[in-house]
Ligand binder design. Structure first.
Ligand code: PLP
Length: 237
């Protein structure tokens, strides 16, 4: 992709997002775009940044670490990075160093490790709880019971450096719109339930929607879409 392609793709995605928001009675600024740059080189991240994109998402901590720490060294406006891929415990330290949010928290162990590392760095970090809402997806909390155990520990103050900010999911990869919508509405309903059960926790974000399904996600209440292919094209690295 050339710099110009990326710029055009980005503005197309942003205007589609704005349209989808307005069509469902929401404000465009209520849906944030996370540009997923995994498997794309630094030049492409820089191209998107020059076109005004600030927030990026990466799956793999090692890849993100090498790309984004160098970008930080180059200077320019600081970019914001979210980790969106399943985390092994031994990657948590680096993830906490470079990211402002870890969207893919899928078990208590990871939560505890994030607290340990964030506390050592004297940093607070946002996290999203990843849920599986579609049959095929294996990522995410095993079930609601496991999620609630984590929420309970957050509410008890066990993780003072962790800010539980919302939920994340991936819809099933299917053409069946009904199933995709169901996955998104399931996540929204879960957030509403958590809001009632734990009003003290700031669980507000709904990270849902990718290149193939982001319009549906916005209609179902997404507050953040994670879009790679529609901006950067097929993954190359
Ligand atoms: C790769 C990835 C995306 C972006 O997918 P596209 O279909 O390229 O937009 C979003 N979320 C997660 C968790 C991903 O791994």
């Amino acid at each position: 992709m050339t710099e110009n392609d990326i710029k055009e793709n980005l503005s197309k995605v942003l205007s589609d997002l704005a349209d989808a928001a307005k069509a469902s009675g929401r404000r465009p600024e209520d849906v944030r775009l996370c540009a997923v740059s995994k498997f794309h080189p630094q030049e492409e991240i820089l191209a998107a940044a020059r076109a005004g994109q600030v927030l990026f998402g990466e799956n793999r901590v090692q890849e993100a670490y090498s790309k984004f720490t160098e970008l930080a060294a180059i200077g320019g406006d600081p970019l914001e990075l979210h980790i969106i891929g399943t985390l092994q415990l031994n990657k948590v330290k680096k993830a906490v160093e470079i990211a402002s949010c870890i969207q893919s928290v899928d078990r208590e162990e990871v939560l505890a490790e994030i607290e340990k590392r964030a506390s050592a760095l004297g940093k607070s970090i946002k996290i999203l709880f990843e849920m599986h809402t579609g049959e095929e997806s294996k990522a995410g909390y095993e079930d609601e019971v496991a999620l609630y155990a984590s929420l309970e520990n957050c509410a008890k103050g066990l993780y003072p450096h962790v800010i539980p900010s919302g939920l994340m999911t991936m819809a099933p990869f299917t053409e069946n719109e009904v199933l995709v919508r169901k996955s998104f509405s399931t996540l929204r309903q879960l957030r509403e339930k958590i809001g009632r059960d734990y009003p003290s926790l700031p669980v507000t974000e709904l990270s849902m929607g990718m290149s193939g399904d982001y319009k549906l996600a916005v209609e179902e209440g997404s507050t953040m879409v994670r879009i790679g292919t529609a901006i950067f094209g097929p993954r190359v690295m």
